[in-house]
Design a protein around this ligand. Sequence first.
Ligand SMILES: Nc1nc2c(ncn2[C@@H]2O[C@H](COP(=O)(O)OP(=O)(O)OP(=O)(O)O)[C@@H](O)[C@H]2O)c(=O)[nH]1
Length: 359
Amino acid sequence: MTIETPGKTPGTPAEGEIRDEDLQEGGLASDLDDDWDDDDEDEDDGLDMLPPPEAPASVPVDEQKTGFFAVIGAPNAGKSTLVNRLVGSKVSIVSPKVQTTRSRIVGIAMHGPAQLVFIDTPGIFRPKRRLEKAMVQAAWSGAGDAGDGLLMMIDAKRGITDDVRLIVDGLKAEGRRAWAVLNKVDLLAREKLLPLAAEVDGLGIFDRIFMISAENGSGVDDLADALAAIARKGPWMYPEDQASDVPLRFLAAEIVREKLFLSLHEELPYALTVETEAWTEKPDGSARIDQVVYVQRESHRKIVLGAGGRTIKHVGSAARTELQQILERRVHLFLFVKVRESWADDPERYREMNLDYPR
Ligand SMILES: Nc1nc2c(ncn2[C@@H]2O[C@H](COP(=O)(O)OP(=O)(O)OP(=O)(O)O)[C@@H](O)[C@H]2O)c(=O)[nH]1
């Protein structure tokens, strides 16, 4: 077992439907162009994938390497933060709340001649509700697909929690080994790191232990170097112009969900889902994105809208700004909030979330 320390000190319109712009004065609808109904619109787009932050250097096929790794861990360990940092752009949403990631998401990082493919997974815990079961199932299935290695992230501040033990027991039962990635070392006094690493080593399934801060990047390059070193010789598995396996229309819904997670409290973020219903390419190069936020109760809908539509307006505006940065063009975002009491028991919603429906 090797312990790797970071180089640096870790230092309505009607019937229950409301469009957010209807709640705004001169809101999003007003920045639509006059040619809104132009026939040239492409009405079924958003299926493209996110491009990488920069074009990878071209590498002859016989020098290319590929590694397929899954990132697993308890909720909130920092898995998505790490995958985003490795990829160099946001492929997976992040929030301070647990269980933000709901399905497995592939992030593709280029590291010299190596294409490192990461499967970001939902946090693993003891699920109770159907959606939770689907998420945990997706996480274990992602772990099963890690052809070249498994990274288990552990929040160094929290240490070895019940969820960490649950995952370790699950891996042991399958006879699997992993690399441990102790994250958030920026939050921990240096003298506590080595005892924690020894404790993690004592769990008996880790070949290497890394200490990183996914947030500030410390130790992440060393981890990427180590992964690139064990990547297999062979042609890259994804096109060079792709940073993720999720279509942009899915990413767009995720970004709205992230803003809802950041704006809403307690249980409400867990009681909603967001879907992109339509994606229209405008002749002027902008995109119109229509999304539905499904909530379970009328009282939830009121909270999501906020007084005078303030909450949904804030969410829409933050999401639109980020989408414009990602897409590098103007975005018109239309959010509808609908009550669907039983969306969490509807197989169609699971398909949209890219999750298998647990029976
Ligand atoms: N201080 C600090 N915070 C971090 C670090 N990495 C992640 N975080 C924060 O931890 C929280 C959870 O991060 P995520 O990346 O969403 O964690 P996750 O493991 O994907 O969470 P789930 O979706 O619950 O599975 C966010 O508020 C991050 O900003 C880190 O290295 N240091």
